[in-house]
Design a protein around this ligand. Structure first.
Ligand code: FAD
Length: 470
């Protein structure tokens, strides 16, 4: 008897695994424990919900809990937290609304995701200081902005109380976004859309660190044009205020604000796994093999809490993004259903909208990182038009492309422009997965018509220039 497939965590990785396993092996029990009330929700849409482009939190839910149970036959239990794993007995301990119990498993998937890092800032507990990693936080931020109540059954966890309090408070005028990563940039846009003065603090010299300095410089100019006050190279010390946040303190600087969004990154949720003797990898996330297995053959890990292999370096890496979580979960679902399926490799391909700009990256985007990974990198930065020069409405795209001098392989790229950027980063991501050389990339037969690109697509132009340099 193989025992049920038990999954801890009911979002991207967990529900993808549950759905695939149940579809491929309908006779096997699939049990999912989710400690919150939301399952299968798109956290990626939260900034756009705060902004108002997405109307309600419900819109962010891909499949409802009822559909998972009734249509897919999955034993999904929300409000159930797994508190321990006993690998010798193959059981998990679960704390639910009716108390604690044990659940046996044949295979276990730990898909507990990540959590927003909360730095030990002075005043971090003041009212009006938020992180943004789950649905409730997004709803609270909207309330704090004095916007409409979302039309959903919000979980109770302190929400009602906070909402009443916020409704009585004055609407904020100025906001500090602490951290210039992609969530910080998306939230700067969301706050600006509601007319707030936005101050963005970044302790490094540039925003969007994983996208490389070349792209960041263009983004920063654009953010300033949009009225965002940038405080680069500026480490925040803390928040000032009695009850509510009233200012941000950073060295000699004190900036009055009445709302603060802390977006300084995420940390993988590994406590449950660690306590059960599951090994972590060099990045601090859970170490897994090509099938998503941990050091215990019956325990898998996937999503924001797990490492995956980087397609360029071949090393374990931790890049907490949605597609890799969904994909790894799905592969593990197939594997436990009897069809061993690798979780695949990652290139760290990502895109972000920064007001009117599209920014994207894949692979290794700066020479220093490439050198550290053992390559002899050569890079070029070019600008080209997004459409044929005579066709109206074209915009400049800036591409930084990296190749390896020795193997002449493509190593990665970053791009920024006003249109057609994610499509083009995907071309380079494909080249990375295929292990193409820079010359092979420059010879690809890409689509062309005047409204979409010049005859030589900007990616081909960048590859030709880099090939010459190599
Ligand atoms: P999660 O989505 O974090 O789900 C883990 C689940 O496990 C949670 O529901 C949690 O409650 C539950 N859980 C944890 N511990 C336990 C326990 N002990 N017992 C029971 N349940 C437990 N990615 C992109 O690719 N593109 C984007 O544009 C993008 N934008 C984002 C914007 C924001 C604001 C945020 C927060 C994330 C964004 N992401 C984006 C990242 C993306 O949302 C994640 O990569 C993805 O959700 C990871 O899925 P997951 O299943 O691994 O983890």
């Amino acid at each position: 008897m193989e025992g049920p497939f038990v999954i801890v965590g009911g979002d991207a990785a967990g529900m993808s695994a549950a759905s695939k396993a149940k579809r491929d092996d309908p006779d096997r029990d699939v049990v999912v424990f989710e400690k919150g009330e939301w399952v299968s929700y798109a956290a990626c849409g939260l900034p756009y919900y705060v902004k108002g482009d997405v109307e309600t939190l419900d819109d962010l839910v891909t499949v409802t809990p009822e559909a998972f149970v009734e249509e897919r036959g999955i034993d999904l239990r929300t409000n159930h937290e797994v508190t321990a794993v006993d690998r010798a007995d193959r059981t998990v301990t679960v704390a639910g609304p009716d108390g604690e119990f044990e659940q046996a498993y044949g295979d276990l998937l730990i898909a507990t995701g990540a959590q927003a890092i909360v730095p030990p800032f002075d005043g971090i507990d003041l009212d009006g200081v938020f992180t943004l990693h789950n649905m409730n936080e997004a709803a609270q931020i909207r309330h704090y902005l004095g916007l409409d109540t979302p039309t959903v059954n919000l979980p109770e966890s302190g929400y009602g109380e906070a909402a009443t309090e916020y409704a009585a408070a004055e609407q904020p005028d100025a906001v500090a976004v602490i951290g210039g990563g992609y969530v910080g940039i998306e939230m700067a846009e969301a706050f600006a859309a509601h007319g707030l003065d936005v101050h963005l603090f970044e302790m490094l010299p540039h925003t969007l660190q994983p996208f490389g300095a070349e792209a960041a410089v263009v983004v920063e100019e654009h953010l300033r044009e949009q009225g965002v006050e940038l405080h680069l190279d500026t480490a925040v010390d803390g928040m000032v205020g009695d009850e509510h946040v009233e200012a941000i303190a950073a060295g000699d600087l004190t900036v009055p604000v009445d709302l603060a969004l802390v977006g300084v990154g995420v940390a993988p949720n590994t406590e449950l796994a660690e306590a059960a003797g599951i090994e972590l990898g060099p990045t601090g996330a859970i170490a897994t093999d090509e099938y998503g297995r941990t050091n215990d053959e019956h325990v898998y890990a996937a999503g924001d809490n797990a490492e995956m292999t980087h397609v360029v370096t071949g090393d374990p890496d931790h890049v907490p993004l949605a597609l890799s979580a969904n994909r790894a979960g799905r592969a593990i679902g197939a594997t436990v259903a009897g069809d061993p399926t690798p979780v695949g490799e990652i290139a760290g391909t990502a895109a972000v909208k920064a007001f009117d700009l599209e920014v994207a990256r894949t692979g290794l985007v700066d020479e220093e990182t490439a050198r550290e990974a053992g390559f002899d990198p050569v890079s070029v930065t070019i600008t080209a038009e997004s459409r044929a020069h005579y066709y109206p409405g074209g915009e400049e795209i800036q591409i930084t492309l990296l190749g390896d001098r020795e193997g002449e392989r493509v190593l990665g790229a970053s791009m920024v422009g006003r249109e057609g950027v994610p499509k083009r980063i995907d071309t380079v991501a494909t080249a990375l997965h295929a292990g193409l050389t820079v010359q092979q990339l420059s010879y690809l037969d890409l689509s062309y018509a005047p409204p979409f690109s010049p005859v030589w697509d900007p990616v081909l132009t960048a590859a030709k220039v880099l090939d010459g340099k190599l």
